[in-house]
Design a protein around this ligand. Structure first.
Ligand code: SF4
Ligand code: SF4
Length: 164
């Protein structure tokens, strides 16, 4: 059997590294420590942060940038960030890939729905009266009010030419 050839897609890798603003991903030595405590790897077949780091190093991002990318299964819990002995920060690589998918306009519609909800209310899900009733029963205070203007300032990109 001929040796397996691995191709490095330099253009795709550069695009990812530009989005990341650095190249920690090359420090990954594929130990798998990030997989052991990953809830998404446990519950979603095919999701594996170690494999995603390998793909990121090689630049073969196409399946991760596709409409049905498995990348959205990551819950951004940051367990892999804590676990990685090489300080690769896998979650940040995954977030950068999500941003690339968004840049290509291929994100799932649920992502847009969550974004719109945050811009509108400052929260990712509606706060129903029943939720506050449940909190009260549990001895918790009602959810505090959110400074929605502050959230919108953070989320809305500056207008072109705005130097402030
Ligand atoms: S990202 Fe870190 S923890 Fe995960 S395989 Fe690479 S070196 Fe190991
Ligand atoms: S941040 Fe994502 S990849 Fe990292 S442990 Fe959590 S679910 Fe897994």
């Amino acid at each position: 059997m001929p040796p397996r050839t691995l191709r490095i897609d330099l253009a795709a890798r550069k695009r990812l590294l530009d989005m990341l603003g650095g190249n920690r991903v090359s420090y990954c030595y594929q130990c798998g420590a990030c997989v052991g405590d990953c809830p998404s790897a446990r519950f979603y077949e095919g999701f594996n942060p170690r494999e995603i780091m390998l793909t990121a190093m090689m630049g073969g991002l196409e399946p991760l940038l596709a409409q049905d990318s498995i990348i959205w299964k990551c819950s951004n819990c940051y367990n892999c960030y804590e676990r990685c002995p090489q300080d690769v920060r896998p979650v940040e690589v995954i977030i950068a890939i999500k941003n690339l998918v968004r840049e290509d306009g291929k994100q799932p519609h649920e992502v847009d729905a969550v974004y719109e909800m945050i811009v509108k209310t400052g929260r990712s899900a509606p706060v129903l009266a029943s939720l506050n009733r449940k909190r009260e029963q549990m001895g918790l205070p009602p959810l505090s009010k959110i400074d929605i203007e502050e959230i919108r300032t953070i989320l809305q990109p500056d207008e072109p030419g705005d130097e402030s």
